[in-house]
Ligand binder design. Structure first.
Ligand code: SF4
Length: 117
């Protein structure tokens, strides 16, 4: 059964960076569900996540709490499949907001993929 914390957790970036002041995204989601913290403590999620949380929890959108850090620009990671061991394992651990951006074959025919974080 899906809980309120599950719905909140699904909106968070899953970087487990602890910048929100909790031990990861799940504890932050549970605190939000319990109403013991505010929606503006996740720099990786930035304003877009704050907006989604405000909508889900039917509360006012807030600016990111500067004590938690600042929202950075989107980053791009280049992954060369030939140089990685256990690539499948890596891809399953990428944050949920890491989207495959493009895939092109290189000069040897191997796929080169760009991921947007
Ligand atoms: S700051 Fe955001 S991404 Fe980092 S652990 Fe907290 S909820 Fe997860």
């Amino acid at each position: 059964m899906s809980t309120r914390a599950d719905a909140i957790h699904a909106l968070l970036p899953q970087t487990q960076c602890t910048r929100c002041g909790f031990q990861g995204c799940r504890p932050y989601a549970e605190a939000l569900a319990a109403g013991t913290t505010s929606i503006n403590r996740c720099p990786p999620g930035g304003q877009a996540t704050i907006r989604e949380l405000a909508h889900l929890l039917q509360t006012a959108e807030l600016a990111l709490d500067p004590e938690c850090g600042s929202e950075g620009p989107a980053m791009v990671a280049y992954i060369d499949a030939r140089s990685l061991y256990r690539l499948r394992s890596l891809l399953t651990t990428l944050p949920s907001r890491c989207h495959r951006w493009s895939a092109t074959p290189d000069a040897y025919g191997a796929q080169r993929s760009l991921y947007r974080l």
